[in-house]
Ligand binder design. Structure first.
Ligand code: SF4
Length: 317
């Protein structure tokens, strides 16, 4: 049966000393089984909070996160365990993700133990997961410790650990941002190929359009905790509709995973999320802002095969 992962009206509130900051505000989207979707935006735009809520590492304080028809926000005990065995998060920093006292064999056996997979099956499943991430001679790595591996090798182990329970849904949070540029393409290729071969539904979180373009057929662009544009990646790159997406695309003239991008052509960073502008939260950086943008937040508008949140694209009345 077709699996859907609709996420609706999610609100994460980060408790500051005196203020409550909405990390994500009314983010609504639906993933279809087998899709690879990029969550794209600058740091602080809420993409990591969204990813963590999708796999229930963080709990949404409002709205719903549905997985296969079930709201996972309220799951506890065995139901939460069962859900967690079907989803995985790949962390940004492979140097911190693995227990330094565990050998690679122990690292990969841990999720199998937690899922009560019989010991007799461990070796075969560990070898299979290592083959998936193309680490070469698995025997050479099994009894090593994380500090004996390079960053690229570690991130492949992190991926093998995430894949060993054959998840249906994976969230990868900037998985190559801590790696040398020279090994990024190899790790990305593994992620892209395994995802496609295994039919895994994936969210790829990044601030870098070139990386998202390399891995994802669909892109959701976020700005200050909200979605601004959602549609097929190649269409977004060829013809970005939202002024923020236009700035992101202009900063990556020839997208390639090894390439660093130019500064955004919209000046300084995003405003303080504790004090967002009224109306459209992008308006103080938007080269096309007009009077209405200060008083009214734009809602979603369907344009061709996309959803855009910008007054410029609303139907004329
Ligand atoms: Fe710019 Fe106004 Fe569109 Fe916001 S709604 S992106 S400020 S034109």
């Amino acid at each position: 049966a077709e699996l859907h992962f609709p996420v609706g009206g999610v609100v994460a509130q980060l408790q500051g000393r005196a203020t409550v900051v909405k990390a994500v505000d009314g983010v609504t989207f639906e993933l279809r089984r087998g899709e690879s979707v990029g969550l794209l935006g600058e740091s602080g735009c809420g993409k990591t909070s969204t990813g963590r809520m999708l796999v229930r590492l963080d709990k949404a304080t409002g709205g719903r996160v549905e997985f296969d028809g079930e709201d996972v926000s309220g799951l506890t005990g065995d139901a939460l365990k069962r859900f967690r065995s079907r989803v995985q998060l790949i962390f940004q920093n492979p140097f911190e993700a693995l227990n330094p006292r565990f050998t690679i064999r122990d690292v990969l056996a841990e999720p199998l133990e937690n899922a009560r997979i019989p010991r007799a099956e461990h070796e075969e499943r560990i070898l299979r997961a290592m083959a998936l991430v193309k680490l070469g001679d698995a025997g050479q790595f099994m009894d090593r410790y994380p500090h004996q591996l390079s960053g690229g090798q570690l991130q492949r182990i992190v991926m093998a650990r995430a894949l060993i329970l054959e998840p249906e849904f994976v969230v990868a949070d900037e998985p190559v941002s801590m790696l040398d540029v020279s090994v990024r393409a190899g790790v990305l290729n593994v992620f892209r190929d395994v995802r496609a071969q295994q039919g895994i539904t994936a969210i790829y979180i990044s601030h870098d359009l070139a990386l998202v373009r390399y891995v994802c057929e669909r892109t959701i662009v976020m700005y200050l905790g909200r979605i601004v544009e959602d549609g097929p990646t190649e269409d977004i790159v060829a013809n970005p509709l939202h002024p923020y997406t236009q700035a992101l695309v202009a900063a990556v003239p020839v997208p390639h995973p090894d390439q660093s991008h130019a500064p955004l052509p919209i000046g300084r960073g995003a405003p303080d999320p504790r004090n967002p502008p009224s109306g459209c939260t992008f308006r103080d950086r938007c080269p096309r802002a007009f009077d209405r943008c200060a008083v009214e937040a734009p809602g979603p508008t369907h344009v061709q095969n996309r959803i855009v949140h910008c007054h410029l694209h609303e139907p004329k009345t």
